[in-house]
Design a protein around this ligand. Sequence first.
Ligand SMILES: [Fe+2]
Length: 242
Amino acid sequence: MGFTRRAFLQFSMAASAIAALPLMRVLAAATTKEHPMPFTLPPLPYAPTALEPHMSAKTFEFHHGKHHNAYVVKLNELIAGTEFEGAKLEDIILKTAGDASKAGIFNNAAQIWNHTFFWNSMKPSGGGKPTGELAKKIDADLGGYDKFVDAFKTAATTQFGSGWAWLVLGKDGKLVVTKTPNAETPLTSGATSLLTVDVWEHAYYIDYQNRRPDFVATFLDKLVNWEFAASNFANASVKKAA
Ligand SMILES: [Fe+2]
């Protein structure tokens, strides 16, 4: 299964609207098994210039147009003719996680998921403090916004080499700031991802060179899409209550 054109439109709309569609639902949208379609690169939820000057169109040209796209192309190559052809992206990730013989498939599938989640974790004129139920939850579980910022910056800057920093809702119902190396994703631990920042060098080198701390600070101050995080939190709460 792959992203259909309709799914892309839904994805774009979901990411740009406050009432965002759940990412998981959009990612799950796919063609029938009888007609498996290859995965294709999801479009950005905003124009490539929309996050300037904090993230340049040049960065998107490479990060989205080349890196993210390369994961899509490679995954399609790797799953062609296998049991994974026609499968949902999340299912591919979950079924290959921890299997060294399928590391290539896992890495490319997880990187597709992580990057799509990252684009939606940002928005033009973003940044600052969350509001509403998520803000209350951060106060209760993480000791407040300032402590969240400290924890998130620490996770992002201490991830040695490539990886990701995350705000997730753990299986125990508590918020946690965490980090994952390389293509690893909280999806495989059963946690619900709310927010992520990509700390692979390709995410920030064009705009910030080696200054990862500046990139992470700018992400929090100017780019974070708290509505997306709140939507993920609300959907997880509804799912748990159901
Ligand atoms: Fe990346």
